[in-house]
Design a binder for this molecule. Sequence first.
Ligand code: SF4
Length: 270
Amino acid sequence: MTEVQPNTETTRTRADIEAANQRLETLIRETDFEAMSPQDLLSWVGEAFEPSRAVVSTSFQYSGMATIHMVHDLGLDLRVATVDTFRLHPETYAFIREVEQRYGIEIEVHRPEGAEVESMIQRFGEYLFFDSKAKQEYCCQVRKTRPHDRMLTTADCWITGLRRDQSPARAQTPKAMTVSEYGSRRQIMKLNPLADWTEKQLLEYTEANKIPVNGLYAQGYESIGCMICSTPTSADEPPRAGRWRWFNNDEEMSQEDLKECGLHVPMYQI
Ligand code: SF4
């Protein structure tokens, strides 16, 4: 695992940014991403982007692991990155090392700013996420989305494991879109190669290819994130019911649509 410092590059001119944005717009307009298999899409990334500017961002769940496996299988030299919120399960930390060994890769680990975490804890306490949806989102911003945003300043292409069958909020996920770099006019290509895969397809692919699996799945987890905030689910619960479980009793906050940390759905800030 390599801890990565935020990129401080400031040399891009407005004209450079506009030209790069224009290129992405043309790619989106002229490429039939929806017809591509995940492997076709990843191969396309290898041709369309510098490998050092294309990153698979993952929390090492089934979709992310299938993507890493495909990238490896295709012989692509894309980056693999994750965010360590400092609150991951011990099983996940061990699993990251296992994935590095299995695929012979070095995974970039992006962490929150220590001063921001300290200030948040002093203001609201370490377990602020129990208090309200707003405080949970604030914690996710400090520990997860801000480090992730900093990571994206070093990339032109962001590859995710989002799938349409994961939740109602993700049902319309396109295979390709552009998103704005935080606080900037610069656009980033966001690709979701497995968007149209079902969970069944994914599990079959995982098994057929003997892809490593986070040991938390065997303990009943269906969605894996931070300790406390992700918990095992029972057979009759939706996959993300184990996320921020204490909100499940609140009619407004229990909707699957709201079970997001902000990486894929913009949130408000305290
Ligand atoms: S999942 Fe929980 S602990 Fe992790 S960043 Fe979000 S609120 Fe904080």
